[in-house]
Structures are given as C-alpha cells and as structure tokens.
Design a protein around this ligand. Sequence first.
Ligand code: KG4
Ligand code: ZN
Length: 349
Amino acid sequence: MIILGIETSCDETSCAIVEDGNLLANVVISQVEIHKEYGGVVPEIASRNHIENIIPILNQTLEDANKRIEDITACAVTVAPGLIGALFVGTCFAKTLSYALDIPCLPVHHIDAHIQSIYLEHKDIKYPYVAFILSGGHTQIVFCNSIGDYKILGTTLDDSVGEAYDKVARLLNLGYPGGPIIDSIAKDGDKEKIKFPKVFLDEGSLDFSLSGLKTAVYYFLKKNKGGYKVEDICASFQKSVSDVILKRIEQIYNRTGCKRYILCGGVAANSFLRKVMKEKISEYDGEFYVPSLEYCTDNAAMVALAAYRNYVNSLITSSALDLNPEAYLNITDFFKIQSACSMPRHPGS
Ligand code: KG4
Ligand code: ZN
C-alpha cells in the first residue's frame, strides 16, 4: 500500500509517501519566514501559501520517492483540528486526487498524527503509554491504551505550551517562533535565578494553565527594566514550564503505574524538556521516546504513517465523501465518528 500524506493544518505545507509503513519521502515547506513579521500565523495568508505550495511539493515528493502519481494507492490528509481555511486546502486537494485516481481518501487527526510520529523511527513501541503532545496549537496528555483507544488525561485551560514560548519570546523581542530561540538562549542562562510561578491547579488535575506564567514574565520585565539577563529569564521560564510537566508525569505514574512515555509535537524539539523528561522517567526505570527534530514539528510523514497504521487496523473510513475538515475536534471524538462510519475497503488497496 503506497500512501500519499498531506498536511496543511497550520503553517507548514507538507507531502510524504509511505509504502507499507516505511517512509520513502517527506517534503515540508515552512511558512515561518512569511508569518514572522506578524509575530504569529495569519490564517488567510497560511491558506493562500498552502494553495501555492501544494502542487510543487507533491511533485518534489513523488520525485524523492521515485514514484509516479499513478503508483499511489491511497491519499491521507489531516482533517482536524487546525486552521479551518488551511485544512480546507489539504482536504480539498486530497479529495480531488483520490477522486481523479479512484483511490481511497483517509482522514487523519492531527494529534493522532503527532502521537504516531513516534513510529516513524521506533517501530516496535508497545502499548500502553502516555503521550505528551505539546505544540503551538495544542497541549494534551493522552493515555494510549492501544491504537485508536485513547483517553485524554489533561489539556490546557488557556495557552498551549508552544504559545507560551511564542508569547514570552515576543515580550522579550526575540522573534518568532519563540520556542527554538528561547531553547537556544536558555542554554547560557541560570534556571534558578528567577522564580516564575508554576500553576499546578487542584491536586487531582492533569491540566495546564500557562497564561499566568506569561503575565508573570510581562510584569517581571516591567518591574526590572534591563536589570536581568535575557538568558536567565529564558532558562527560568523553561524551568517553570518543565516543572509542571514533570509533576504531571509523577502524578500519572503514581496513579497508573505507567512506565512508558512519549513526547511529540513542535515543543518536543526542546532540548531542555527532552533532557529533564528523560531523567524523570529513568527514575521510574521507564521508557521514554521522542521523535527526531524533523518529525516533531508539523510534517506529512506522520500523517501518512498514522493513516497506514489506522487503516490496517480498520480504525478509519476510506470514503472521501465522509471526509470533512473540522477546526475543533478532539482525538477521542474523531475515532468515535470513524467507527460509526461504514468502512468499505477499496478493491485496489
Ligand atoms: O507542532 P507544531 O509544528 O505546530 C502546531 O501544530 O502548532 O508546533 C509549533 C510550536 C511553536 O509554538 C514553536 O515555538 C514550538 O512548537 N517549538 C518549540 C521548539 N521548536 C518549536 N518550543 C520549544 N522549544 C523548541 N526547540
Ligand atoms: Zn502540530
């Protein structure tokens, strides 16, 4: 089975080809340089750039994979969640291709794609595990009992982790996206220098609340004009974020005894977080997996692979007619909707 994956949910346009679960090509064009001047993603500009980029990216992907368009046996596309206009571009493109080529069109949930990105490089990770999906648009902790059998343990009540990085970087005039910049500057800072707040919420809660941290950085800067090194602010901010994440791991371990954890999404590229999570999980003699940097941020390789794994496990419908984008749809509802749809197998698949 040769799957063409398509990802356009935010500001990366990407196509990838996966053959029987093995990645052949993954081409990503990031629009970061375009959105930089606005300090964040402008939805309409993102959609317009997806339209411009999608065909050249498809051609490049086919060339890299050494395949012709007629070789593709299914299309897979991110249908939710994301910027609605951006999702429309990918979904419409995938539907049209599958109609023209008479092949199945497979819907993919963006959070599920991030979770399953881990299998691009670690094919044999066993269930159950707990996934931390931390990105610009999403912050979720998901208990993965088996493929498609997921329970959301926690989510953010306000800003996502990536958003907190981006907003704090903006306060510090560091540029966009803030995550990689703060990550790099913090390496030269003292993380114990400033005590920023850590919001743990109620004892039983596994949710996150990060908007107060951003506000604390704002008031700190107002009060201490130029009195502190930006390196120390970045390192101390990262420490506050990661302390809450480590606390969540501790709570989950105490509650479930689960020893297997994965970290994915754009913020999974963070070097400090990768290090401290690994150390924490090793205290439990547990297993910790994180994708390579190129598969942390949005890409179509994870979309194609998630579609493949879900399809062979009969978890998703293959009917292009049932496939419609949704800006907001949680991962468990996505699989409920899929299981409610009939699943006609395409003869050519
Ligand atoms: O998964 P992603 O590419 O897009 C969404 O689905 O949102 O994540 C983008 C987010 C941005 O907020 C960016 O600042 C953050 O990931 N990010 C990082 C790092 N690299 C990217 N955050 C912290 N440290 C990094 N090294
Ligand atoms: Zn993402």
